[in-house]
Design a protein around this ligand. Structure first.
Ligand SMILES: Cc1ncc(C[n+]2csc(CCOP(=O)(O)OP(=O)(O)O)c2C)c(N)n1
Ligand SMILES: [Mg+2]
Length: 386
């Protein structure tokens, strides 16, 4: 990995981006990273394509479910499928992932039951899944905080002797996924300090989707975000995050370094959030149609499709089966979410503290009296469907 000198093109420059697939799907070679993509045969590329297509379908279904009142909120990963699928496929089963709130493509690559992700967005669960099942920790909405959780976890992995043993089934890496905006948080700087001085087996994976809600990356940094990490003593790399092959290769190198005891790496996957920040956001208020159109032409799924077609590895029968699978998956997502039911409003008091608490007890009692005050009108507003 080469460390660049100061880059002058600002945080959105193309300079130094590792790319193995051009936007039209042509495989280009790279002296350092070809070796890390050498194991991607046609079967593995099709598996990645499948995950990207299913992730996008999940996004579409979840967005519709929010519009129908079945979810409180939803954060799409539209446009970021290559960054998530490529890095997700580079993980080993024993590696640990600390996601933020948009890592649906990583969840899919990890093998989660995807409807569990929507338990959180429906507001019926504090997490949605058991992190131990797939070493996929809970979504974190406190921006940047889980970069510290991941780094601390990686320091634990190191102390458990699970790094640098040479056993490929034992050596473990930890990955934190966060956004461009998160890098302006103190927590990410602190994570870089601890990761560096402890040589923790952590990969700090930043998806620079160019927006932090309505704040552009140009208001978060004057230099490419990856260029901050070397100042902490952490090697970094910029990768075309809409290129699933390059993202896989770059992440694989970083994970291998972590597992072998070589310490942390900061990866900046340069991509674009094609959707809104969340279903509560209206991006037309802060960005142009031209910008959106520019990035629509760089769609990451289309790039892999063009590549597989050009090398004769996307047979029609595969495409038809995948379309059928996506339809069945969509129906499963809709049916499962609609059957999830709703918790009673009173259950909001159950998980405030681990032990009983006088103030919470008083609030619960007040709420019960408030609910009961509606009964002579035959209404139970908070317990009913509203
Ligand atoms: C500590 C903290 N501050 C502010 C917020 C409000 N907030 C939610 S998402 C967001 C923007 C995050 O942008 P970025 O890190 O680029 O991630 P992206 O949403 O683009 O994936 C902010 C400021 C928060 N959740 N946590
Ligand atoms: Mg962002």
């Amino acid at each position: 990995m080469t460390q660049p000198g100061p880059r002058t093109g600002g945080p959105l420059t193309d300079e130094g981006l590792v790319q193995l697939l051009t936007p039209t799907g042509e495989r280009v070679s790279h002296p350092e990273y070809d070796a890390y993509a050498a194991d991607l045969d046609a079967d593995r590329l099709r598996a990645m394509y499948r995950d990207m297509v299913l992730t996008r379908r999940f996004d579409t279904e979840a967005t519709s479910l929010q519009r129908q009142g079945e979810l409180a909120l939803y954060a799409q990963c539209l446009g970021q499928e290559a960054a998530q699928t490529g890095s997700g496929h580079a993980l080993a089963p024993q590696d640990h992932v600390f996601p933020s709130y948009r890592e649906h493509g990583v969840a899919q690559a990890r093998g989660l039951e995807m409807t569990d992700v929507l338990r959180l967005f429906r507001g019926i669960d504090h997490g949605g899944w058991d992190p131990a099942d797939h070493n996929f920790h809970l979504f974190t909405l406190v921006i940047g905080s889980h970069a510290l959780h991941a780094t601390g976890y990686a320091m634990g992995v190191q102390r458990d002797g699970l790094v640098g043993t040479g056993d490929p089934d034992r050596d473990t890496a930890v990955v934190a996924y966060f956004g461009d905006g998160a890098t302006a948080q103190g927590d990410v700087s602190e994570a870089l300090v601890f990761a560096s001085v402890n040589q923790a087996p952590v990969v700090l994976f930043c998806q620079n989707n160019q927006w932090a809600i309505s704040e552009p990356t140009t208001k978060q940094s004057r230099v490419p975000i990856a260029d901050r990490a070397p100042g902490f003593g952490v090697p970094s790399v910029r990768v075309d995050g809409n290129d699933v092959v390059a993202t896989y290769a770059v992440t694989r190198q970083a994970l291998e370094r972590a597992r072998s005891g070589g310490g942390p790496t900061f990866v900046e996957a340069f991509t674009y959030r094609m959707g809104a920040h969340t279903t509560s956001d209206d991006p037309t208020r802060y960005r142009s149609r031209e910008e959106e159109e520019h990035w629509r032409r760089r769609d990451p799924i289309e790039r892999l499709r063009l590549h597989l077609e050009s090398v004769g590895e996307l047979p029609e029968v595969f495409q038809a089966e995948l379309a059928g699978e996506a339809d069945a998956f969509g129906a499963h997502v809709r049916d499962t979410v609609r059957a999830m039911g709703r918790p009673s409003a009173a259950s909001m008091f159950d998980h405030v503290y681990a032990t009983r608490h006088g103030v919470v007890d008083a609030e619960r009692e007040w709420f019960a009296r408030y609910e009961a005050s509606f009964t002579d009108a035959g209404q139970t507003p908070a317990g009913g469907h509203r």
